[in-house]
Design a protein. Structure first.
Length: 145
């Protein structure tokens, strides 16, 4: 999967957006759905998935991208409040050679703690009860405008 190609409306995030597959939700509104990554690279790894049905950020409309990145910042601040990390990675991959594995545009929010190595991308599956607890704490810390 390179940068160009057709959008697959049955990709895993499209199914989550449509409610056909479950997720551990952090936040949603008309622009995005945010949920816990089930193969977290660190505890508290959150995904922000724009509702716009495109493969990557380069294909997003300016308005959808602006709305998404503002929400990424807002949720990252909630991660900071809820989990007190030492640092936070905000990242976003475009095309398989860049590390993208799900071809519906999305952003990663990954908390980092001093001296703790970053886990593998797409590593082991997290405990659902732990994810639910983290999601509830992050959701409670979101400051709504
Ligand atoms: P990408 O590699 O495309 O940037 O990121 C895709 C992310 O989605 C990975 O971090 C992976 O762990 C996560 N992921 C893959 N399948 C699922 C799933 O079914 N549910 C959730 N919540 N995350 C998923």
């Amino acid at each position: 999967m390179s940068l160009d190609g057709d959008y697959d409306p049955d990709n895993i995030f499209a199914k989550i957006l449509k409610g056909e597959l479950p997720c551990v939700k952090v936040y949603e509104d008309e622009h995005i759905l945010s949920f816990m990554d089930i193969f977290p690279q660190a505890p508290g790894h959150v995904l922000v998935v724009p509702r716009e049905p495109v493969r990557n950020a380069l294909e997003m409309t300016d308005g959808a991208l602006q709305a998404a990145i503002v929400r990424v910042k807002r949720i990252a601040n909630a991660v900071k409040t809820a989990l007190a990390p030492d640092g936070i990675i905000l990242t976003q991959f475009n095309g398989a050679p860049a590390g993208q594995t799900v071809f519906h545009v999305h952003f990663h929010i990954i908390p980092r703690h001093e001296g703790v190595a970053l886990g593998a991308h797409g590593g082991g599956q997290a405990d659902m009860e732990v994810l639910k607890d983290q999601a509830a704490r992050i959701a409670a810390a979101i400051e709504h405008p």
